[in-house]
Write a protein that binds this ligand. Structure first.
Ligand SMILES: [Zn+2]
Length: 314
């Protein structure tokens, strides 16, 4: 596997069609995030797909801060959260009900079925948030979970948010090799460019429509196998799909699994709670243990540590 082809976004442009797009492929980052949680396959695959969707949408925006994708519903997976900072730190977690999950999958089924959204998430919504720090406005987009796949739900979002016509294809799989599990996820997105940006003010609307349709058909012709093939470089895949359109491929950006939690942050959270209330959280040894949902790191506090946290500021 060519290591510098994964955990990256590859933006491209099809000048002849007035379309831009991106190919995002995640590999080792997914292994790190997913294996740390030890989720069942039927939770891990939706998480992998939502992480690649998050990375695709986030890198289509100019922002300086945190892009968050959240799916919540009344199904076996109650909540799935993934976020990406503008410097490439990606993380994610899920909350689910094991019993409901087993019932929804049926006996003998371990993996999420294709078109799993209604079955695993139920009625719910998909939320995108861009947080650029204290003194800026938060942007938020919310759409109901409509459709069988995450790509369908993303299409609902593109339509409702009145973006330029956008198409996306998402896939994720776990492969089992002699050295354990490996995850790969991939997303391909195409988006019509504003006429002015594309330098196509003289193109008639019908031609523009045909060009757009052609881009969508070419994108959709990508097979799951080639999107996830560790041995197939992203640039080769793009040239294979769009060779007649001579895609221009731009500089790639990398992602890595990295959590933003720290002992300082947990200290601050604890300080916002009255110390007496922590008694319910004590483990057998009397320590208060707080686990980061994103990365499963555990922060433990004994009484001496808590004295320091709650010490009045000098
Ligand atoms: Zn963490």
């Amino acid at each position: 596997m060519s290591a510098d082809d994964w955990d990256r976004v590859l933006p491209f442009q099809l000048d002849a069609l007035g379309v831009r797009g991106r190919l995002v492929r995640l590999g080792p980052t997914l292994d790190e995030v997913i294996e740390r949680h030890g989720y069942p396959l039927a939770v891990a695959r939706p998480l992998a797909e939502s992480m690649v969707l998050c990375a695709t949408l986030a890198t289509s925006l100019k922002y300086d801060g945190i892009f968050t994708l959240q799916i919540s519903g009344d199904g076996p997976i109650r909540l799935l959260v993934t976020d990406l900072t503008s410097d490439g730190a990606l993380r994610g977690y899920a909350q689910f009900d094991s019993w409901k999950l087993a019932v929804a999958l049926g006996s003998g089924n371990e993996d999420a079925p294709d078109g799993y959204v209604p079955k695993l998430f139920g009625q719910g919504r998909l939320t995108f948030t861009v947080d650029q720090g204290q003194h800026t406005e938060r942007y938020q987009g919310v759409v109901p979970l409509e459709g069988a796949t995450l790509a369908d739900c993303a299409h609902t979002y593109f339509r409702q948010s009145e973006q330029l016509p956008t198409g996306i294809k998402i896939t994720a799989r776990r492969s089992d090799g002699p050295d354990g599990h490996h995850w790969h996820a991939s997303a391909l997105m195409v988006q019509q460019m504003p006429e002015f940006d594309a330098g196509r003010l003289d193109v008639d609307p019908e031609q523009r429509e045909d060009d757009w349709r052609k881009a969508v058909i070419l994108m959709a012709s990508a097979t799951e196998k080639e999107m996830l093939d560790p041995a197939l470089p992203g640039t080769t895949l793009l040239h294979r799909l769009f060779h007649q359109e001579q895609p221009r491929v731009f500089e790639r950006r990398a992602f890595a699994a990295r959590c933003r939690c720290s002992r300082d942050r947990i200290d601050r959270v604890l300080r916002s709670i009255r110390r007496e209330e922590l008694d319910d959280l004590r483990d057998k040894t009397g320590r208060v243990a707080v686990k980061c949902e994103f990365c499963s790191t555990e922060y433990a506090y004994d009484d001496a540590d808590l004295d320091k946290v709650y010490e009045p500021a000098a």
